[in-house]
Design a protein around this ligand. Structure first.
Ligand code: SAH
Length: 394
């Protein structure tokens, strides 16, 4: 039987609108002494049932799993994961034999599974827990992943060393918890990528840029492309397939440059159009001259917390200003922000500031966002994080 958690009077309001977080300040008391990661039943101050969710110490004290009074057991995980997989099949990213076996299968709150992220690369799912409750249930969830994906997922790699709260000291280690495979080449829209789930950032690849990479491919023909913050070279490989005249990839990490080179080689062996440089973005942009007419700026999150917002906006403005200064007339700029705390209006204002500084005529061609396999729960707008603009610079 789950322990009961009582809210302070009136603190159930956001839950009535299905928002899935309960902040610690809203809690009156918990019966008994739950362990971090336990499922608790959330009740109003009058004792009416509201939700069940994972409890842990921290600002977000409960992540709601369900607004019905259910048991969180194997059947529950299977049900939620089946819904998530069914959605990916329905939108054509999973199991469709269309040259794509790379997709996000679980996107936290967007799939009513707060604290859980699962990306699929071929037959291997890489699973990340961001909450202790998901960590506690990792084996059940991993088995359920295999059970509901009709044989598509055979191995589950657990990668939560850096995503779980540090203090919890759970002794979590990265490694396979179901199966095991050394095969790490995944296919995205017919292009091949080595996925470094052992050491790479996030789950090893930025699955969230898939649709935006496809759009870039359509604009690449005959252009001189700069892919700044290239990481695994995703945008570079699409630009090559799109018929770019040359593609230069830049990242400050030498490992990222190795990965980019390997991925370009995997798809376009011996192709002389591509060069990669391990350099700082700002330095490179200052020194690069005006040879590029298609530039991608996909930096890491400049703001991880609300307090850092102002600084982050300055950073985006400074970065984009350099691109506006140098891009050839008639050039196209793909510019992104993946900071969750920077909303799309903030971002657009930062890019506007940079454009105005350059004095050039700039038109918005596309407004981009995260793809459909990174859905936003309508009751949890905080789930929206990736923003992009495609600009035509006269
Ligand atoms: N565009 C990539 C994802 C970019 S992730 C994709 O589609 O997969 C952000 C990248 O920026 C990381 O690889 C990181 O190494 C790099 N980076 C961080 N700070 C940098 C800097 N100052 N200059 C250049 N690259 C930087």
């Amino acid at each position: 039987m789950y322990k009961n958690l009582y809210l302070k009077k009136g603190k159930e309001e956001s839950l009535k609108r299905y928002h899935p977080w309960i902040f610690s300040g809203a809690i009156h008391h918990i019966e008994g002494e739950p362990e971090e990661g336990d499922v608790v039943r959330v009740l109003t101050s009058e004792g009416d049932f509201v939700a069940v969710g994972h409890w842990q110490i921290g600002s977000i004290a409960v992540r709601v799993l369900d607004f019905e009074d259910i048991d969180v057991d194997v059947e529950y995980w299977e049900h939620r994961l089946r819904v998530a997989y069914g959605m990916r099949r329905a939108i054509g990213v999973a199991g469709c034999g269309n040259g794509n076996d790379t997709y996000r299968l679980v996107h936290g709150e967007g799939d009513s599974l707060p604290g859980l992220v699962v990306d699929v690369y071929g037959q291997t799912a890489v699973m990340q827990a961001h909450s202790i409750g998901m960590h506690v249930s990792r084996h059940e969830i991993a088995r359920a992943l295999v059970a509901v994906t009709d044989g598509a997922v055979k191995n589950v790699y657990y990668k939560s060393e850096t995503t779980l709260p540090f203090k919890a000291a759970l002794g979590q280690e990265n490694g396979f918890i179901v199966g095991g495979s050394a095969e790490n080449v995944a296919v995205e829209n017919g292009l091949k990528f080595h996925i470094d789930w052992l050491k790479g950032q996030k789950t090893g690849f930025f699955v969230d840029q898939r649709d935006n990479r496809s759009l870039l491919e359509r604009y690449a023909r005959g252009r001189a492309v700069l892919n700044m913050f290239c990481y695994t070279g995703g945008f570079s490989v699409y630009a090559m397939r799109g018929g770019a005249e040359l593609v230069h990839s830049v990242d400050s990490s030498a490992k990222a440059i190795d990965l980019t080179r390997a991925n370009v080689e995997l798809n376009f062996p011996g192709d002389g159009r591509h060069e990669a440089y391990a350099e700082d973005a700002f330095k490179y942009l200052d020194a690069m001259g005006d040879k590029y007419d298609l530039i991608i700026l996909d930096p890491p999150a400049f703001a991880k917390h609300k307090d850092a917002l102002r600084q982050a906006l300055k950073g985006y403005a400074r970065l984009n200003a350099k691109a506006f200064d140098k891009i050839k007339p008639g050039g196209i700029l793909f510019t992104f922000s993946c900071s969750q705390v920077v909303n799309k209006d903030n971002f657009r204002t930062a890019v506007f500031t940079a454009a105005a500084q350059s004095g050039r005529r700039v038109r918005i061609l596309h407004q981009l966002h995260q793809p459909a396999d990174h859905p936003v729960n309508i009751y949890h707008p905080e789930g929206e994080y990736l923003k992009g603009l495609v600009l035509y610079v006269e």
